[in-house]
Design a protein around this ligand. Structure first.
Ligand code: ADP
Length: 467
């Protein structure tokens, strides 16, 4: 396709294409019809001439030609003219004296006969007439005779020409009509696309709420508009999520930065003279910086996950070993709770050890954060009944999660009680479970939750075994 064709509107292209197809078809039809008309005209005349010639020949053979019986038999087909001349060219019999003379007809013989004319017959044009004729030389009763048979193809040659011109004119008119109607119709059919294009041009990041009008007809165009609107819905949701993520992240980072600024201000005023202020300032700044670092690590993890850049190195590994190791380290750092590994069945899984550990730690650290001092945290790992997976339960007898919040805890930055701060003993960011859920999804792990307010929480992970 060259540049000019590419720039044409679809409606113009469709109109041209259909116009061209119709034009070719009409030309073909006119040609075939014209040919058919000519062929049948000549064929009919040829047959009548042949029958007449045959009849006359029969009578010549019987020696009954030109007798009273001959004329009674009526051997000459209607429309056929018979003329008989002797050797000198003297006209002896003429069935139509008003018909053009033999000389006139002989003078009018066309050199190039039409394709559909019989090779053994002649075609003459006299005045406006087209005459089809044949000649027979015979000896009858000892005399050499010439028999001339004539049949008119058309008395008015212009009739056939007019017919040709009319068909041609009809073809051209039909072609132009097809072009015009085709252009008009396709223009109308494609109008919704133009409306869509105009509207889509107006959709910008700031105005994502606009939608393309869906045509009432249930066709490809309404499907396109629907698909487009769904895509816009998804984009809008994604964009809103992203905007919320950025604003939540900035909000989370603001608190530690404010605290650090506050302490650095305090240190610059009193830090040099008051050792207690100095110690408290340094400790607080350090603790806030550590929190900030952890938050940034989590944000980076999720950002990488969103961009599908978070790399996982999956391998076959023994779940019991991994659980045992994580629990051992948990026991080492946990001073306020009783940590217990109740059951740890063997089972080989296909997973990335680093993120698997990270995921289990999210649940255990949450149990630690949301279980009052002296409470219990435990793990239980066993095979499922169908033997296809491992069931890893991570539980505590802590504060529990109300039913209405159990769905939301996996959302980014969601905290059941966000007013709790580090001073209250809990320093959450609301990102841990989002990360855990992403890791679980990457390993086809199903997470179920059983929790009651005041009684405790149990996360049940169903981890597929290597088959
Ligand atoms: P956070 O950093 O706040 O712990 P998470 O995404 O890990 O963020 O958890 C989201 C919220 O779910 C927490 O703020 C907490 O309210 C609730 N939650 C998670 N685990 C437990 C648990 N074991 N017991 C009670 N509440 C929990």
């Amino acid at each position: 396709m060259d540049g000019r064709t590419a720039k044409l509107r679809i409606s113009t292209k469709i109109a041209c294409l259909y116009g061209a197809i119709l034009f070719v078809m009409l030309c073909l039809m006119s040609f075939v019809t014209g040919l058919g008309i000519y062929f049948s005209y000549y064929n009919q005349a040829e047959k009548e001439l042949e029958i007449t010639m045959h009849n006359v020949e029969r009578h010549i053979d019987d020696e009954t030609a030109f007798t009273r019986n001959f004329w009674r038999d009526d051997p000459i087909m209607p429309g056929v003219i018979l003329r008989v001349t002797d050797v000198s060219g003297q006209l002896m019999i003429d069935t139509d004296s008003r018909y053009p003379s033999i000389d006139e007809i002989d003078d009018g013989v066309v050199r190039k006969k039409p394709l559909w004319a019989n090779r053994e017959m002649q075609v003459s044009k006299v005045h406006n007439m087209i005459i089809y004729h044949s000649r027979l030389t015979t000896v009858y009763r000892g005399e050499l005779l010439q028999l001339h048979f004539y049949r008119t193809i058309t008395a008015d040659e212009s009739f056939l020409r007019t017919l040709q011109y009319s068909v041609l004119a009809l073809t051209v008119v039909s072609f132009l009509l097809a072009l015009f109607v085709g252009y008009f119709m396709s223009n109308r059919i494609l109008q919704p696309i133009r409306t869509m294009t105009k509207l889509v041009r107006k959709i910008e990041i700031e105005r994502m709420d606009r939608r393309v009008p869906v045509p009432a007809s249930h066709d490809e165009l309404s499907e396109l508009a629907d698909t487009f609107n769904h895509m816009l819905d998804r984009l809008e949701t994604g964009l809103k999520k992203q905007q919320r993520f950025v604003s939540d992240a900035s909000h989370e980072l603001r608190t530690p930065v404010t605290v650090i600024l506050g302490y650095s201000d305090l240190l610059s005023r009193w830090g040099r003279s008051d050792k207690d202020v100095l110690d408290e300032g340094i400790a607080s700044i350090h603790s806030e910086a550590v929190d900030m670092q952890q938050l940034i690590e989590k944000l980076l993890f999720l950002a990488r996950a969103d961009q599908k850049r978070q790399v996982l190195h999956k391998e076959n590994l023994e779940l019991s070993e991994l659980v045992e190791d994580v629990m051992k380290k948990m026991k080492l750092v946990e001073k306020d709770h009783t940590v217990e590994l109740r059951r740890n069945d063997e089972g080989e899984i296909y997973a990335d050890p680093v993120t698997m550990r990270q995921m289990i730690r999210v649940f255990l650290q949450n149990s630690s954060k949301y279980t009052p001092k002296g409470g219990h945290i435990w793990a239980d790992s066993h095979r499922s009944e169908d033997g296809k997976s491992m069931i890893l339960e991570l539980a505590d007898d802590g504060i529990g999660i109300a039913k209405e919040n159990q769905e939301k805890i996996f959302e980014r930055f969601y905290r059941v009680d966000s007013s709790r701060t580090k001073d209250g003993g809990v320093g959450g960011t609301g990102l841990g479970l989002s990360i855990a859920r992403w890791i679980a999804e990457q390993h086809d792990i199903d997470i179920a939750i059983e929790s009651d307010l005041g009684k405790g929480t149990k996360f049940i992970l169903t981890i597929p075994l290597v088959s």
